[in-house]
Design a protein around this ligand. Structure first.
Ligand code: NI
Length: 167
C-alpha cells in the first residue's frame, strides 16, 4: 500500500531535487501511477512528475487531448529540433500562474511504459511540451527557470500573492 499522495508546491525542496532512475518495475508503481493520474486529472493538469508528489523516482504521467493517460518511466530526451516555439505553460506545483516558455518544437524521447517495456516516441505540439516540462521536473527544474530573471521574479511574486489569498 502506498500512502495517499498529494501535490507539493513551490518552496518544497523535493521539487528542486533530482529524481533517481527506476531500476525495475515494482508492483507499487501501478498504484503510484494511478494516484498520480487521478491527482493530475482532478487538478485539471496535463502532466505530473514523481517529485511533484514527493516520489523521487524518474516517472511521470501525461494526458494529451482525448487520449488515455500515458506513463513514462526513466524518460530520456535523445533528440530535439533546432526549431523552437513559444507556448504558455502552467504547473500543478505553481497553481494559478502561467507564462510563455520557449522550447524545442519537436523531440524524441525514450522511456519505459508501466510494464517496463522500452518505447521511443517523437512528439511535438502540446504532447512534446508536456514531455519536456515533466522531464525537467525529474531534474529539479521548473518552467519558471526558463524565464528571464525579471519575469521569474514577477511570476513568483504573483504566485505568492495568490497563495496568501487562498489561505
Ligand atoms: Ni509542472
Amino acid at each position: 500500500m502506498v500512502s495517499t499522495l498529494k501535490i507539493i508546491t513551490l518552496g518544497d525542496e523535493a521539487l528542486r531535487q533530482k529524481a533517481a532512475p527506476v531500476k525495475e518495475i515494482r508492483p507499487l508503481y501501478r498504484e503510484i501511477a494511478e494516484q498520480m493520474i487521478n491527482l493530475m486529472v482532478e487538478g485539471g493538469g496535463v502532466g505530473l512528475a514523481g517529485p511533484q508528489v514527493g516520489f523521487m523516482e524518474r516517472i511521470f504521467v501525461a494526458k494529451h487531448a482525448g487520449e488515455p493517460p500515458r506513463i513514462f518511466i526513466n524518460p530520456s530526451i535523445i533528440a530535439t529540433s533546432e526549431d523552437r516555439v513559444k507556448h504558455e505553460e502552467g504547473c500543478l506545483s505553481l497553481p494559478g500562474v502561467w507564462a510563455d516558455v520557449i522550447r524545442p518544437k519537436t523531440l524524441t524521447v525514450q522511456a519505459w511504459n508501466e510494464r517496463g517495456r522500452p518505447f521511443t516516441l517523437e512528439a511535438s505540439g502540446i504532447l512534446g511540451r508536456i514531455i519536456q516540462h515533466e522531464c525537467d521536473h525529474l531534474n529539479g527544474i521548473l518552467f519558471i527557470d526558463h524565464l528571464s530573471e525579471l519575469k521569474r521574479k514577477r511570476i513568483i511574486m504573483h504566485y505568492e500573492k495568490l497563495r496568501k489569498r487562498r489561505r
